[in-house]
Design a protein around this ligand. Structure first.
Ligand SMILES: Cc1ncc(COP(=O)(O)O)c(C=O)c1O
Length: 423
């Protein structure tokens, strides 16, 4: 019989995990990560079963925006769940969650809750198709919208990224370089009759944490309105993170629909599709199907309410910006001191680090010059020295990161770079 005590090491657990979990991980995104098993997380820190601590800049791929196990979120979820978890019917907290989301966003009238960003994106595309009666959509090079067949691509080549994925589903989209208004205008002019939607990350966080060029989003908005195409912002990362109202607030541009997840629920698995009433009501009439056993569960709604209350009562955005900015500067400085081409760019709440040309990259094609393998190796060296980050370059900063974490992270990164540069 296998032991279930907490004394098992990461190596023991990795061996056991491989026997019953394919690859020993429940998401393919984690297959390349160091085989560390965590015991607990609190605030900006993680502790593994081997007794090591880590400053966490992965935040569970983004959701722990308030830090791990935020007291108010934990208390709200625990309290709510003692009266039942899912009813297959409505409950008060769902209404409170929806009201808080709509108030926070400012531009949206209605919202539906779901479990994952992947689902929210599919609901948005379905709704856009229903409303327009058209099939195809525009998406952009380097943007990520989840793991389903019609949006998953190999970065750089825009080909299927998985065995078993139906390439024919990718043919539903027209792919355009991002931050290039002329290219979008040309695509709309050529395909408008067939296009239901334009879907984008309004900040290309998944590829370089690249901001939209001045005037780009207003121009996109104008073009979508002119061609009668539904504009979908995929704010699964940027939502509630770059501002309470996400990128739509930061850049003052309202989409027709937007998807959210990650930062909105203090780590709880919740996603949302928000939008203008005229579109969203099609779900309410039953004409467009959006379903899910766990949508708007008691815990999910409680987590959203508690998280948005914290973000509203004590907005962490300035603090996070200060921390992220100092961390970016510190890492860039370390890169110079170690004589390695460590490049840091993007927004301080979710910035991008890589090895490559020293200048910031402003479009997806520029990212192809980066040395991804070298960065992945560096991310492992960081883990060895107690800094937990994504292998593909995004660093997420939470409301729980303060001075002690900044000092610890930079000291540890310094040590990791010493080995890395030597190796
Ligand atoms: C912009 C964006 N959209 C959609 C998704 C998919 O969300 P999920 O992993 O919750 O399915 C992600 C995940 O990282 C994302 O970054």
């Amino acid at each position: 019989m296998t032991s279930t005590t907490s004394r098992a090491t990461s190596a023991d657990l990795a061996d056991r995990a491989r026997l019953t979990i394919p690859g020993g991980a429940n998401s393919n995104v984690r297959l390349a990560a160091p085989r560390v098993f965590f015991e607990r997380g609190k605030g900006a820190w993680l502790w593994d079963v081997d007794g090591n601590d880590y400053v966490d800049y992965l935040l569970g791929q983004g959701p722990n925006f308030l830090g791990h196990a935020h007291d108010r979120v934990v208390a709200a979820v625990a309290k709510a769940s003692t009266s039942g978890m899912v009813f297959g019917a409505q409950h008060r907290l769902e209404v409170e969650a929806a009201e808080r989301i709509v108030a926070a966003l400012g531009w949206a009238d209605m919202v539906r809750l779901g479990m994952t960003g992947t689902e929210a994106v599919q609901a948005a595309l379905r709704l856009a198709r229903a409303v327009t009666g058209r099939r195809r959509f525009v998406r952009f090079e380097g943007h990520y919208h989840g793991w389903l067949d019609n949006v998953l691509v190999n970065p750089g080549t825009d080909t299927v990224a998985s065995a078993g994925q139906m390439a024919s589903y990718l043919a539903d989209s027209v792919v355009v370089p991002w931050n290039d208004a002329a290219a979008l205008e040309a695509a709309l002019a050529e395909h408008a009759e067939a296009l239901a939607a334009v879907i984008m990350e309004p900040i290309m966080i998944n590829s370089g944490s690249t901001e939209p060029a001045d005037g780009y989003l207003p121009r996109v908005r104008e073009l979508c309105t002119r061609y009668g195409v539904v504009l979908i912002f995929d704010e699964v990362i940027s939502g509630f993170r770059v501002a309470l109202g996400g990128a739509a607030q930061r850049y003052g541009v309202a989409p027709d629909l937007a998807t959210y997840g990650k930062a909105m629920a203090g780590g709880w698995p919740v996603a949302a599709l928000a939008g203008r009433a005229e579109l969203m009501e099609r779900f309410g009439t039953g004409e467009v199907n959006h379903s899910g056993t766990f949508n708007g569960s008691v815990m999910a709604a409680a987590a959203v309410v508690a998280t948005l209350d914290v973000l509203t009562e004590d907005p962490p955005y300035e603090r996070i910006t200060r921390h992220g900015t100092a961390l970016m500067a510190g890492l860039a400085d370390l890169g110079r001191r170690h004589g390695v081409p460590l490049r840091v760019q993007g927004l301080p709440m979710a910035f991008h680090a890589s090895f490559g040309p020293p200048d910031p990259v402003t479009d997806y094609r520029g990212l192809r010059t980066l040395d991804l393998d070298r960065y992945a190796a560096f991310s492992h060296a960081l883990a060895d020295h107690g800094v937990w980050v994504a292998g593909r370059g995004i660093w997420y900063v939470s409301a729980a990161h303060g001075e002690p974490e900044l000092t610890a992270a930079l000291e540890r990164a310094d040590r990791a770079l010493t080995g890395h540069a030597a190796g």
